[in-house]
Design a protein around this ligand. Sequence first.
Ligand SMILES: [Zn+2]
Length: 138
Amino acid sequence: MSTKHEIKPPARVVTNEDKPFWDALDAGRFVLARCSCGAWYARSQACLTCQASAASLIWTAASGRGVVATFVVFEKAYHACFEQRLPYVVAVVELEEGPEFITNVIGCSVDEVTIGMAVDMVVIARGDQAIHQAQARL
Ligand SMILES: [Zn+2]
């Protein structure tokens, strides 16, 4: 056990458009907003495919399956909370349903991360909130 004062992670920024996403995540579920035409979104918005209203989208459990579209390795912490995790990967993950998420890739060393690698979005606790992470599918 560390005797140092625990450094709290940075606060999440939540908008009206993505509040249902974060509320579901806090309940351990990874959801996306689905339009009746089959398009998926990471936030409440009018459908870009069929112009359905934002209010008509339904928050629905997503597969969580995706691939790493691009990534960088962070070797310097931009928040003191993350210093013990260095180095770590910050990636753009493209989900099977279409939306992209910026998240960390976990479950492998930073040297094993490649563009196109398969990942599964997982929900984990960080402080008193839930966050999403991309678990490497090795
Ligand atoms: Zn639509």
